[in-house]
Ligand binder design. Structure first.
Ligand code: FDA
Length: 305
């Protein structure tokens, strides 16, 4: 049943009509629990509140699978504006984005042009930009673009997903760039031809890549709500005497907030991924797919308490 629901929400996450309707009618159905706001103005307040609790942030200007140049240019401007607000208000925040939002599906020239504009702003204001990882179809292209841009810009990171068979090789291949990587399990629906179908294998591979990347001496963001993975990282820290300056934990806004606070108390760097913007629908559906128990919460949002 849980697997059925998961597939259902992942299927819904790609529905273009629902995406448009969601944009038109604003944050609904309890999405506000996972999305900080529709404007940067509201979001800046949320970032400040998290900073006050000792947490760092990466904001994600929601948006994906953009197929019009004009829209990709607009999203780019919005990312630059976000970087400027971070700098003006002295917020402890980085920026995350998706290449399909910057025009990846339209042309490589467009996405490179948009990314360079954003990375120039990041360089000017000292804000690191992380390229989120999307579905397998776009993984190879995303990493090629990352490598090109990484040779031009210091303040750039990306994401690798432990559910993909290719990821162990990617960790090795990317080592020469000393990359700042966020490691995750992976949130898209992928074929068993390219991704481990069993959760236990995804978890084992997650541990493997955390260890590899840390022992390669690279900065590692362990992005998970899974206590087993958090404990494993702490064990590595002790066993290999890894400095707390070399890694951080990351969690999504609105998920396991108690655990987030505990990790801060224990002295770990904790970064919250804070999504904002009107394009919240696909993101929200993927969060429901991860944990169908949240559906009860959504139904309350639809039908009232
Ligand atoms: P898992 O799903 O195994 O959950 C472990 C436990 O965490 C659960 O038992 C439950 O207790 C709790 N939990 C998990 N999800 C929850 C939820 N929605 N609500 C309440 N509790 C929940 N993916 C991707 O493909 N590309 C990307 O760029 C990113 N970026 C990213 C950034 C950050 C900061 C995070 C935390 C995650 C991502 N992801 C991602 C998503 C990631 O791939 C994965 O889908 C989710 O993190 C869920 O996997 P967990 O590691 O949390 O473990």
């Amino acid at each position: 049943m849980e697997q059925l629901l998961r597939n259902f929400f992942l299927f819904l996450s790609k529905n273009k009509l629902f995406t448009k309707l969601a944009r038109k009618y604003g944050l609904r159905f309890g999405a506000g629990r996972f999305v900080a706001g529709e404007t940067m103005e509201n979001t800046a307040k949320v970032i400040q509140e998290l900073n006050d609790k000792g947490m760092d942030v990466t904001i994600d200007h929601l948006g994906e699978f953009v197929d019009k140049e004009e829209e990709a240019r607009q999203r780019t401007e919005e990312c630059i504006e976000a970087i400027e607000v971070i700098s003006e208000q002295d917020l402890h925040s980085q920026l995350s984005l998706k290449l399909t939002s910057m025009g990846l599906d339209i042309s490589e020239d467009l996405v490179m042009d948009n990314m360079r504009k954003i990375l120039d702003a990041g360089k000017k204001h000292n804000v690191l930009v992380t390229i989120d990882m999307e579905d397998y179809e776009r993984c190879g292209k995303t990493l090629e673009i990352f490598k090109k841009l990484r040779s031009e810009y210091e303040l750039l990171g990306t994401v690798l997903q432990s559910y993909l068979y290719r990821t162990v090789e990617d960790i090795q291949e990317l080592d020469q760039y000393n990359p700042n990587l966020r490691l995750v399990k992976g949130a898209y629906k992928e074929s068993p031809k390219v991704a481990f179908p069993e959760k236990k294998d995804v978890d084992e591979n997650f541990k493997k890549i955390i260890k590899m990347h840390l022992l390669n001496g690279n900065y590692t963001a362990v992005a998970t709500h899974d206590d087993a993975m958090i404990e494993y990282t702490k064990e590595l820290e002790k066993e290999y005497n890894i400095s707390r300056d070399q890694f951080e934990f990351q969690m999504l806004y609105g998920i396991r907030t108690d655990r987030q606070a505990e990790l801060v108390k224990e002295g770990y760097r904790m970064r919250i991924y804070v999504p904002y913007g009107d394009d919240w629908y696909g993101y929200f559906m993927r969060r429901l797919a991860e944990r169908p128990a949240n559906v009860a919460f959504v139904l309350k949002g639809v039908f009232g308490k």
